[in-house]
Design a protein around this ligand. Structure first.
Ligand code: GDP
Ligand code: IMO
Ligand code: MG
Length: 422
């Protein structure tokens, strides 16, 4: 069986931290979608690590880390990640395996991302500009360059044809994008050389065999359910399926081989980039969440928009993913709020609804809030569920009732140790 760990909101729920906490119980950690638009943060022994492409189990000796076929890899960013890891004495060659079917992000994919966003003007997605959209477009358009192509000499011809096409497309956008392709390509080739030092595998076969041998596998999601290409707040989404089904296509795991579905959410909500966010706060409360929660994008450094927990959106994510266990992150950030609000329904065209309507854009919905008492206690040094304040236990009980799924972990700080199991 393969267990899944999925973000249920708009990303940055704390997936990196939790995968790192859970890795001791798994043999394999596998990323199945997304690319270096992700920024997964882990903290232990006083050091903070940010991973973009490499799965978050990489610091544990017991686990093999797999970059699956559904992932898109930028060799330039990948090389930087590997360089950052070089001082930690990790046996990368045997611990990190790359799917031959994963697609490569070309320098011109990044440029196309920038051209597309510039051309959109005010309607821009707020992309991380890592070339994600254009790379998945080439994948579905059947033009992409894959890791496995690097094992054949013909890859350079394929590369040239694709890059030349991209240059023509950039011209078509007719926007002012300055670039020096020769410089970008030099960097790309250095990245490719580094990537070729690693072990390429047929990951679906590898995962299949590992299952037959009874290995425990955890699939690590990137982004969050509301950024899913099909079920998210389209078009303000990423270009992959971030939901449970994405793990089947992104790793080659059959649906009946999915075990537990672990859903991770913040005790409030954040979003980085453009797009609707019904419970967004523009007041002191939102500013406090951002300040205390240190809400800045791990990939782009952009400030994250903050707001109250949205149970309409969360219920939807639980439903689409078939979540069996929940993990609530950043409970410590809510300490000190006298009153907490939780959105339980939306006002929509005069009705009260408890599902996500087709469009959330503009003022389409107004949140209906339930108010709850806050807690003043500092949670960051707490280590057991028995010590949690009553108001927090009430908050948790309310969410469990509304979502009908147990909350098994409460996270009270960024460090590995600041994790309470219930
Ligand atoms: P991911 O993309 O889901 O892996 O999440 P990010 O790493 O982008 O963002 C989560 C941020 O919150 C990181 O800076 C984490 O170190 C931090 N974090 C994770 N869990 C907690 C927590 O329980 N409390 C606090 N205060 N910070 C946390
Ligand atoms: P992790 O894995 C938060 C957002 C971008 C933008 C939209 C599309 O760290 O949770 P893209 O670069 O994919 O074309 O951007 O999606 N986005 C994320 N937001 N966390 C992420 O990843 C994100 N990856 C993409 O801000 O709004
Ligand atoms: Mg992140």
């Amino acid at each position: 069986m393969v267990d899944l760990l999925l973000g249920l909101q708009w990303g940055d729920e704390g997936k990196g931290k939790i995968v790192d906490v859970l890795t001791k119980d798994f043999d394999i950690i596998a990323r199945f979608q997304g690319g270096p638009n992700a920024g997964h943060t882990l903290e232990f022994d006083g050091i903070k690590h940010v991973l973009h492409t490499i799965p978050s189990g990489i610091f544990h000796e017991n686990a093999i880390n797999v970059v699956g076929n559904g992932v898109v890899i930028d060799p330039v960013i990948f090389k930087k990640e590997l360089d950052n890891l070089s001082k930690f004495n990790i046996d990368i060659i045997s611990k990190l395996l790359i799917s031959r079917k994963a697609h490569l992000i070309l320098p011109t994919h990044r440029l196309l991302d920038a051209a597309s966003e510039t051309a959109k003007g005010k309607a821009k997605i707020g992309s991380t500009l890592k070339g994600i959209g254009p790379t998945y477009m080439d994948k579905t358009g059947r033009n992409g360059l894959r890791v496995g192509d690097l094992e054949f000499d013909s890859w350079k011809t394929k590369y040239r044809a694709l890059a030349d096409k991209h240059e023509a497309m950039i011209d078509f956008y007719n926007v002012d994008i300055q670039y020096d392709l020769e410089e970008l390509e030099a960097e790309f080739h250095e990245g490719i050389a580094k990537l070729k030092e690693l072990t390429f595998i047929d990951s679906e076969e590898y995962i299949f065999k590992a299952q037959a041998e009874g290995k425990k596998i955890l699939a690590e999601g990137a982004q969050g359910s509301l950024l899913d290409i099909d079920f998210g707040t389209y078009p303000y989404v990423t270009s992959s399926n971030t939901t449970a089904a994405g793990a089947c296509t992104g790793l080659g795991v059959a649906p009946n081989k999915i075990g537990r579905v672990l859903g991770i959410f913040k005790a409030y909500t954040t979003r980085v980039g453009s797009g609707p966010f019904p419970t967004e706060l523009f007041d002191e409360d939102g500013a406090t969440m951002g300040r205390v929660g240190n809400e800045f994008g791990a990939t782009t450094g952009r400030p994250r928009r903050c707001g109250w927990l949205d149970l309409v959106a969360l219920r939807y994510a639980v439903q689409v993913n078939g979540v069996t266990e929940l993990m609530m992150m950043k409970a410590d950030v809510l300490s000190g709020f006298k009153t907490l609000k939780v959105c339980t329904a939306y006002k929509y065209k005069g009705d009260t609804i408890s599902h996500l309507p087709y469009s959330l854009e503009g003022d389409a919905v107004t949140p209906v809030y339930t108010e709850m008492q806050g807690w003043a206690e500092d949670l960051t040094k707490m280590t057991t569920a028995a010590t949690l304040p009553k108001a927090l236990n009430d908050y948790i009980a309310f969410l469990e009732k509304e979502l009908n799924v147990p909350i098994k972990i409460v996270s009270v700080g960024p460090d590995r140790l600041q994790t309470i199991h219930r």
